[in-house]
Design a protein around this ligand. Structure first.
Ligand code: SF4
Length: 331
């Protein structure tokens, strides 16, 4: 379903005269890692070490790799320009090869122009044909630029919707190319606009209303449970692009002002058992915003986003519920 073109990464490895390179591959492509490794070794002469740990994004390049290797190839993600690494990290996109034209035609009646066009990272290459397709069907489109966490116009991350928000006042709906509904919900909550999803795994374009209601009910229940909590652990992600120390300190200050006990916690990979053994009444994650939402069923104790904590403490209205985002001033 995805094509990976390693040619430019191989040229870069040769140009940099890299001797040992680490290869990070997302879970969905792990079985092809050995082919990629062989290809890189044969064509560049560099030795390849495949990283077995899961890799969730450009935020997730362990600093410890640089003790062992001269460079890292990270497949399936685009760079986050505001993250600076100790050694070269070469990002290689994985291009979805599923044609979307049928879904695109079906989506036209669901959209109100001007339409903002968005894509998750694996589907950035689909932006151009979708824009051309919408324009040929007579719709006006807009493409937004994101902040310094975003490297391509129209790109959305699960932690950043700024390319959608930058055109929020200029569009009446969005079309988003990507798998699942998380990013679409995030865009909808951040902008208040309708979002139609073109998901290459599905036959039909999707609206997100029903999923939104179910997700909001779930989050409401977590928030309600957290209202009884007295002690809070505020988790700072150890991954290089998730270390929001400043945001975590602000939340600790807020909790103490509201007469709750609060302590900062460092964690790399989230694990319910690790939190269980710490024994707090509730937790707040300042790491990847997807963890609290996607993994809700895994945690006995409430695991909140920063905005959900604000609702618990009465400094944000439930009506202003939004997904968490990572912006540069929070690090
Ligand atoms: S923080 Fe989460 S959503 Fe953002 S890039 Fe990292 S893995 Fe993706």
């Amino acid at each position: 379903m995805y094509d990976v073109d390693l040619a430019s990464a191989i040229s870069e490895i040769k140009r940099l005269k890299v001797r040992v390179v680490a290869l990070q591959v997302p879970e969905g492509l792990k079985r092809r890692a050995y082919q990629y490794a062989e290809d890189i070794e044969n064509k560049s002469g560099a030795e390849v070490v495949v990283v077995a740990e899961p890799c969730f994004g450009a935020c997730d390049v362990p600093s410890s790799l640089f003790d062992l290797v001269d460079a890292v190839i990270n497949v399936g993600h685009s760079s986050i320009p505001s993250i600076k690494f100790a050694k070269p990290v070469i990002f290689v996109s994985a291009r979805s090869n599923v044609p979307l034209i049928d879904q695109l035609k079906k989506s036209v009646d669901m959209l109100t122009e001007p339409v903002g066009v968005l894509a998750t990272t694996p589907h950035l290459m689909d932006l151009e044909p979708v824009i051309e397709g919408l324009e040929s069907l007579g719709l006006k489109i807009k493409l937004g630029e994101g902040d310094t966490r975003i490297s391509h116009a129209g790109e959305v991350l699960g932690c950043n919707y700024t390319s959608a928000m930058s055109i929020g006042n200029d569009v009446n709906s969005y079309i988003l190319i990507g798998s699942g509904t998380f990013h679409a919900l995030g865009v909808h909550l951040a902008t208040g606009k309708k979002v139609v999803v073109l998901d290459p795994n599905l036959e039909e374009p999707q609206e997100i209303d029903q999923i939104k209601d179910r997700m909001l009910r779930q989050r409401h229940a977590v928030i309600e449970k957290a209202q009884r909590a007295r002690t809070f652990g505020i988790v700072i992600g150890e991954k290089i692009g998730q270390r929001r120390l400043r945001r975590a300190r602000e939340l600790r200050k807020l909790l103490r002002w509201k007469k709750r006990d609060a302590v900062l916690i460092m964690m790399d990979k989230f694990d319910p058992d690790k939190l269980k053994s710490l024994g707090f009444d509730a937790y707040v994650s300042t790491a990847c915003p997807r963890i609290a939402i996607d993994d809700v069923a895994m945690y006995d104790k409430p695991l909140l986003t920063p905005q959900e904590l604000e609702i618990v403490l009465g400094v944000r209205e439930w009506g202003n519920y939004v997904f968490d985002q990572m912006t540069d001033d929070e690090f």
